[in-house]
Design a protein around this ligand. Sequence first.
Ligand code: GRF
Length: 222
Amino acid sequence: MADPAPIRIGVLISGSGSNLQTLIDNCEVGFIPGQIAMVISNNPDAYGITRAQEKGIAVKTINHRDHPDRDSFDLEVGNALEEAKVDLVCLAGFMRILTSSFVKRFQGRLINIHPSLLPAFPGLHVQQQAIDAGVRFSGATVHFVDEEVDTGPIIVQAVVPILPDDTAKQLAARILVQEHRIYPLSVRLFARGQLKLKNSHVQIVDGGADPDAALINPPFPH
Ligand code: GRF
């Protein structure tokens, strides 16, 4: 496959920005054929802003508290992304629900990462939800954003065993490690044109497969 033209990526954050950092790092090493063109935070205190500034990446704070309603906030965010000529918008620890007009404006080039195996455990406190449900696995999901919350077509997932006596914090930390792997992989696949949306399912062109892969929790005794 001929090398695709590098894509311009916009990243929306609200907090630490560890997923932003992994996207920055993977663009730098060329795993993602692209560049972070714009970072937007709704939270002026987000550490992710510092991460962007350290790399000389354009960053804007658009505080939702300065807007009378969601439409007005989303319009300013959308305009800033369009001005930056982004090809893909990545929600990375972004804690605002986006309006359907924003989703329509970026449909097909708007993705999100969620720390559970969707459709299981949408919403918040998902690691505790998984522990409370007594399931043996949780994980992370990267998906296209549609007009509902945490329901769009799934791109990549990683599965993480839940250990006896796991706290939500411990589980979240192990899931985060996998988030930092599957988000760059998802953006790479998008940038290389390997994602085909068909009847709200994502087909991955030349994505490879491991038919013998399986995880068992608890593991078989050695
Ligand atoms: C991550 O678990 C992400 O899945 C969730 O917010 C957490 C923090 O993300 N949406 P980040 O460190 O701000 O990227």
